[in-house]
Design a binder for this molecule. Structure first.
Ligand code: HEM
Length: 193
């Protein structure tokens, strides 16, 4: 089972991210949120196109439905921070995702993040008054469809892995993507407030 393997093999990396992505604490401010979104934007703008340069549609994944860049742009725009974010240097230290298996590994990380997004959305509303309409659309992602979208992704990756027997390649790409994400977030100097 590829999903169980991915969860097990990346558990420590996820735990580490929950510490780095310090959004759940009560001291988290609107400025902190702007910096956080800017980092997500930088990561997704670099990694997402590499994922969807693969023919994911052939494996049951519709890129236009799952792309998250539009939400990040809309949120940054709502905060008046999009122009500044676009001026940042493009992230170059990112994993090579030149096969459907590697694309699935990276997608696991990006689709899985929508699950945590639900918890974060509630927190943002409660502490910063942010809703999907006024700057919180990225973490809200598919809204009430988060569960079904994750289930559909699970079916697609499972069918792919069962047919190709390349679990190691998928898992390695997921690990590399988590690592890339952590580097992008730890590098505070590159994202000025
Ligand atoms: C403070 C930040 C975060 C919190 C609170 C959080 C929380 C969660 C929660 C509650 C789940 C659901 C667990 C379950 O249903 O079994 C989850 C799953 C997941 N999250 Fe996060 N998350 C955070 C950040 C991230 C980030 C930044 C990423 C990736 C870039 C990520 C990737 C994943 C993945 C891949 C899964 C799926 C795990 C699986 O079931 O295989 N998370 N997260």
């Amino acid at each position: 089972m590829i999903l169980a393997e991915l969860k097990e093999q990346t558990r420590a990396q996820h735990e580490n991210l929950e510490t780095i992505v310090d959004v759940m604490n009560k001291m988290f401010t609107r400025d902190d949120y702007e910096i956080l979104l800017t980092k997500f934007y930088r990561f997704y703008s670099a990694v997402e196109p590499r994922v969807y340069a693969n023919d994911t549609a052939a494996n049951g994944i519709d890129a236009s439905e799952r792309s998250k860049i539009k939400w990040l742009e809309s949120d940054l725009s709502a905060l008046g921070a999009l122009d500044k974010a676009k001026e940042l240097p493009v992230l170059t230290d990112i994993p090579v995702l030149d096969s459907p298996a590697k694309a699935f590994g990276a997608m696991y990380v990006m689709e899985g993040a929508t699950l945590g997004g639900q918890v974060i959305t509630r927190h943002l509303k409660q502490h910063l008054g942010l809703t999907p309409e006024n700057g919180g659309s990225f973490f809200n992602s598919y809204g009430s469809r988060v569960g079904p979208m994750w289930k559909e992704f699970g079916q697609a990756i499972t069918a792919f892995a069962d047919g190709h027997h390349n679990n190691n390649e998928i898992v390695q790409a997921a690990k590399d993507t988590f690592d890339c994400f952590a580097r992008c977030f730890s590098n505070v100097a590159e994202v000025p407030a």
